[in-house]
Ligand binder design. Structure first.
Ligand code: FE2
Length: 380
């Protein structure tokens, strides 16, 4: 393992080392398999301010599943539940609990994306398929990635409908305000022991990504636990996938806890960007979202570490928002507690003020905070 490569912190918007045979326009949607999509949709609306967008279920001709699609800024989340027992989604939920099944990527050509990735070794999940309704045609294809997670390529230039063919507009009376979330900044995967390099190579070889940053257990360790992480990014820099694996520590790391409760590799967190983190986190907290807290001492010397910032320190410290700086600027970030019953997935809120990195300076304070939560669960 290399230690942190200082030059790699100078992240251009574009990643010239990435080979762009697979131009990705952005994250199209994130699909979670959940036990009760109707109630989960209510949570993402009420607590997070996602807006109702589309629905597919019995009323639209689906027999086996129901899906709610919500949107905020450019972030689209699909929540899918089975309507009958015994199927693959039921098994997925039984094995993993609620979790991310699909990270869908918006592309110009889903057929070419499928061909280019499968010929480089990706395992097929779904051959290219044309989906049509009165609003036009969408082409989708898919490949497997770590664990049971998949990528679906979505080509939607010939489609004018609300989401995908088969979905109808979802227009409930209940529409809480949004919370200022704008786009998916990055999606993080947890993989098992000694699997990080394998999956980084997958993103490099199969999808043409390049490595932006690497952290080893010296960067990311506390008295008790450690992990290793590498960040992979596509050519235009719009898609960033950090991959974590556990490292040896005196006690069980948060990655091991995740792998144990998720029963394997999967999405650990999604980082959602805002351009006003104080307003966003204030709204989220008022609506019941629970965040990890660092000790008040964190704020005593934080400005010595990160230098001058535009924001007042007081609201940041009251909300527990963390600050870090790299060569290009600074960032503000905060992490929720796990948002599910199992201690698996959580959400990061991030505001970038020039910085293109991921908050390395906060890792220690943050992981000590996670360990206090693990200790309370008896899983440290
Ligand atoms: Fe993150």
């Amino acid at each position: 393992m290399s230690t942190l490569d200082k030059t790699s912190l100078k992240l251009p918007v574009e990643n010239p080392e990435a080979e762009d045979f697979l131009p990705l326009l952005g994250t199209d949607y994130i699909e979670l398999y959940v036990g009760n999509a109707k109630q989960a949709a209510h949570y993402y609306m009420s607590a997070w301010g996602f807006q109702p967008l589309a629905y597919a279920g019995l009323e639209t001709g689906k027999k086996d599943t129901v899906s709610y699609v919500l949107q905020q800024g450019k972030i689209r989340i699909m929540l899918t539940s089975p309507l009958k027992s015994g199927g693959d989604i039921n098994r997925h939920i039984d094995t993993h609990g609620d979790g991310v099944k699909v990270i869908a990527l918006w592309v110009d050509d889903a057929t070419k994306s499928y061909q280019e990735t499968t010929k480089r070794g990706a395992e097929s999940y779904m051959e290219p398929v044309e989906l049509s309704d009165g609003e036009g045609t969408v082409v989708c294809s898919g490949i497997h990635t770590y664990g049971e997670t998949v990528h679906i390529f979505v080509e939607r230039s010939a489609y004018k409908g609300v989401f995908l063919p088969g979905f109808q507009k979802w227009e409930p009376l209940y529409r809480p305000n949004d919370t200022g979330l704008k786009y998916v900044d990055h999606m993080v995967g947890n993989v098992g022991w000694n699997e990080m390099n394998k999956w980084c190579e997958f993103y490099a070889k199969v999808m043409g990504f390049a490595q932006l940053v690497s952290f080893d257990d010296k960067d990311i360790s506390t008295e008790y636990t450690a992990l290793m992480s590498k960040v992979m990014s596509n050519g235009n820099g719009r898609i960033k996938f950090p991959i974590n694996e556990p490292a040896d520590g005196r006690k069980k790391s948060q990655i091991e806890e995740y792998i144990e409760f998720y029963n394997g590799a999967g999405v650990q967190h999604m980082a959602l960007a805002t351009d006003n983190i104080i307003a966003t986190v204030t709204a989220l907290q008022n609506r019941g979202v629970e965040f990890l807290k660092v000790p008040a001492t964190y704020y005593e010397d934080v400005l010595d570490r990160v230098g001058e910032i535009d924001e007042d320190l007081k609201p940041l410290s009251e909300l527990g928002i963390l600050i870090d700086r790299d060569e290009e600027g600074y960032l503000l970030q905060i992490f929720t507690k796990p948002i599910l019953d199992r201690p698996t997935m959580f959400i990061e809120i991030i505001q970038r003020k020039g910085a293109k990195s991921f908050g390395k300076g906060n890792f220690k304070a943050l992981f000590e905070s996670i360990e206090r939560e693990q200790a309370a669960r008896g899983t440290l």
